[in-house]
Design a protein around this ligand. Structure first.
Ligand SMILES: Nc1nc2c(c(=O)[nH]1)N[C@H]1C(S)=C(S)[C@@H](COP(=O)(O)O)O[C@H]1N2
Ligand SMILES: [Mo]
Length: 262
């Protein structure tokens, strides 16, 4: 955990140096020792798999803790991207997201896309939960959105689907390789989990741009970086080998663990 905190702080401090330094920073706990692809690295990756299986076994489909209103003590602290500047996003924002459509595709029987009002008219769920960022801060906030399970019931996953990939509008980093879109992924246990929602409301207000408007995913049993903001599309896949750098998320591609259960 301490390692993650240091790594993230260093990533931020060195962010201005560009993507090549970001890539180094993200993997430094392995790469500075020159042990990329070594047994040690494989061992560490296996340990992540082991954490995953043990935690899945121990928590099953338990709910993340929910809090009373009185525990909401401050606004949700915006972090990471807070004001995306990609042309696509700016155009949507300029029209107050009236042209937004969330596409759901990949290994599904019926690919679909949803406007914001369609999502808002589906069954909703509100929950007050704690967001834990690896940088070492937490915020308790009230999230309202469409349960992802409602959407999955409509599009029907094909049997080969094992993960959902969440593609976002914002890009991060610069320099070598150019900016990369933020993305994340989760397994089907988290996808179907009752607290996994496509959130459009925060603390009884419309979700603001700084926290991921118009839609951000809440996956309550995972750390902050597993909560994608500015959601553009959901893709059901059998593997994420061909997405980004193949590790299942923007930060995972830079050394973070894919399974960030709390
Ligand atoms: N699209 C996108 N999603 C993102 C990020 C980001 O930079 N871009 N940052 C992540 C991190 S590290 C955290 S802690 C939370 C911050 O969410 P908040 O701004 O609502 O507090 O969003 C996560 N999801
Ligand atoms: Mo975070």
């Amino acid at each position: 955990m301490t390692k993650s905190i240091l790594t993230r702080r260093q990533l931020i401090r060195f962010g201005a140096l560009g993507a090549s330094s970001l890539a180094l920073g993200g993997c430094e706990q392995f790469d500075l020792l020159g042990i990329r692809n070594s047994n040690v690295r494989n061992f560490v990756e296996k340990a992540n798999d082991l954490t995953y299986y043990v935690q899945r076994f121990l928590i099953g489909d338990a709910l993340a803790r929910e809090y009373p209103e009185s525990e909401i003590r401050q606004p949700q602290r915006p972090n990471g991207s807070t004001n995306p500047q990609t042309p696509e996003y700016l155009a949507l924002k300029a029209a107050d997201f009236s042209g937004y459509r969330l596409s759901v595709s990949g290994l599904v029987e019926t690919p679909k896309s949803y406007s914001l009002s369609e999502l808002r008219n589906m069954p909703s769920r509100t929950q007050i939960t704690r967001h834990d960022c690896v940088e070492g801060w937490s915020c308790i906030a009230k999230w309202t959105g469409t349960p992802l399970s409602v959407v999955l019931d409509e599009v029907k996953l094909k049997p080969a689907a094992r993960y959902l990939v969440f593609h976002c509008y914002d890009t991060m980093g610069s320099g070598r390789g150019g900016p990369a879109h933020y993305y994340e992924s989760c397994d089907l246990a988290d996808a179907w989990h009752p607290q996994t929602i496509l959130a459009y409301g925060l603390n009884d207000q419309v979700l603001p741009v700084s926290n991921g408007a118009p839609i951000r995913v809440r996956i309550e049993r995972q750390l902050g970086y597993k909560q994608p903001k500015y959601l553009r599309a959901i893709e059901a896949v059998s593997s994420f080998a061909d997405i980004g750098r193949g590790k299942g998320g923007y930060w995972e591609d830079r050394g973070y663990e894919w399974y960030a259960g709390i």
